[in-house]
Write a protein that binds this ligand. Structure first.
Ligand SMILES: Nc1ncnc2c1ncn2[C@@H]1O[C@H](COP(=O)(O)OP(=O)(O)OP(=O)(O)O)[C@@H](O)[C@H]1O
Length: 375
């Protein structure tokens, strides 16, 4: 059987590289196709070094040729990765902080702060050094969730400089924008103001050595996020969503914000909160009141890892209000859910650090009209 190069190109025009809109021929990913009898060699250039994207491209090419042209074709796919020059500036390195993980949600109220607090204590219990920076300027909730509402960070002298000392609770170092405002005071933060305050809480604080600094972002995808990501070298982002369609639509926007070319923060994965309701006394009974596996399906569609699910449990809400994250109650389904999520997050961070260079603070180049960015 003699394979025809043009026919091969035509079928490759029906598939695309994950995360790219155009088909792989029009996008320029297919550099060359050669045929020798029943053999095909496809040279592919990708811009994303992620292993799963390479694998998926290879599998798709083989499948489409086998299915549509010749089922016994011998196919070889040569993949070259060319990372495009990114519009990034070197971020100030933060001595001692190994990984900054932004926890975000497209929609408010989906449990982003609850997930951040529980993930933090779980990681700390696993032996990691963990900090939480509560950047939720619209409603900082870490002081309540960690029962340190009245605490005020003190200033300490570090190498001749005065630094803010984070508050420690349940083995986690915490700084919150809420420590500097009174609970009933409405503070209107503009992007640059908030990012200045956050910068101080990162660079002028005595965090010590941290394996993970979790950043509890405000909900949404506003210019405040761009300001924050412009000034901090974020390792990766985690997106929290509930399963219902309205939340998923916003989570999708959140993921695409991080993945957009101008922001380019790796998405470590999606966490499904309030995945199902389970009565404490009957943990086997699951009621999918907000829909079934919505966030899991979204992560499959967007080709980002699914990091795990958290049920709706009364004790999670009570523990949040009481100021002792629910996952501290060991050997409960909630604690197990967070151990699973924490393991997946660590695994994704390790993978990310192996496959990509350190994230630098991002210079936003396409922000015409955005109040947060001074040109
Ligand atoms: N899995 C859960 N089970 C029960 N209650 C939960 C769960 N997750 C969150 N909650 C509760 O839902 C409420 C909102 O959660 P949380 O404040 O974490 O949301 P958020 O997404 O951070 O909100 P915001 O938009 O203010 O940032 C809280 O009362 C919290 O205790």
């Amino acid at each position: 059987m003699k394979l025809d190069r043009k026919e091969i190109l035509a079928v490759l025009e029906t598939i695309s590289i994950a995360g790219e809109g155009k088909n792989m021929v029009d996008s320029g990913a297919v550099q060359n196709v050669m045929t020798f009898g029943d053999e095909v060699v496809v040279d592919l250039t990708l811009h994303n070094p992620a292993l799963h994207i390479k694998k998926r491209a290879e599998v798709d090419i083989m499948k489409v040729i086998h299915e549509k042209i010749y089922d016994k074709a011998k196919i070889k796919v040569n993949i070259k990765v060319e990372t495009p020059e990114k519009p990034e500036i070197k971020g100030k390195s933060i001595p001692g902080i190994s990984n900054i993980i932004a926890v975000s949600s497209g929609k408010g109220g989906v449990g982003k702060s609850t997930v951040t607090a529980n993930l933090a204590v779980t990681l700390a219990n696993m032996g990691f050094k963990v900090g939480v920076l509560d950047a939720d300027i619209y409603g900082p909730s870490m002081p309540i969730m960690f029962d340190v509402e009245r605490a005020r960070p003190i200033s300490v002298e570090v190498e001749g400089k005065s630094k803010m000392k984070p508050i420690t609770s349940y083995g986690v170092e915490i700084l919150s924008i809420g420590f500097f405002t009174s609970p009933d005071q409405a503070v209107i933060w503009r992007g640059p103001m908030a990012s200045k305050a956050l910068n101080q809480m990162i660079f002028d604080a005595d965090w010590g050595e941290l394996d993970f600094l979790l950043l509890d972002l405000p909900p949404g995808t506003g210019d405040i996020h761009l300001s924050i990501m412009q000034s901090l070298p974020i390792t990766g982002a985690v997106v929290v969503s509930t399963p219902q369609a309205v939340a998923l639509a916003d989570a999708k926007k959140g993921v695409s914000m991080f993945m957009s070319e101008s922001i380019n923060v790796p998405v470590l994965g999606i966490i499904e909160n309030m995945a199902y309701f389970t009565p404490e006394e009957l943990p086997e009974n699951k009621y999918y009141i907000f829909g079934h596996e919505g966030a899991k399906n979204l992560s499959r569609d967007l080709e980002v890892p699914f990091l795990g699910e958290v049920p709706i449990v009364q004790s999670i809400r009570e523990a949040g209000d009481y100021g002792r994250p629910a996952s501290l109650q060991e050997e409960t389904p909630v604690a197990e859910a967070f151990v699973n999520i924490a393991r997946n997050v660590v695994e994704e961070v390790v993978k990310r650090n192996e496959s990509l260079p350190p994230t630098e603070a991002i210079k936003i180049t396409t922000m015409a009209g955005c109040a947060a960015v001074k040109k």
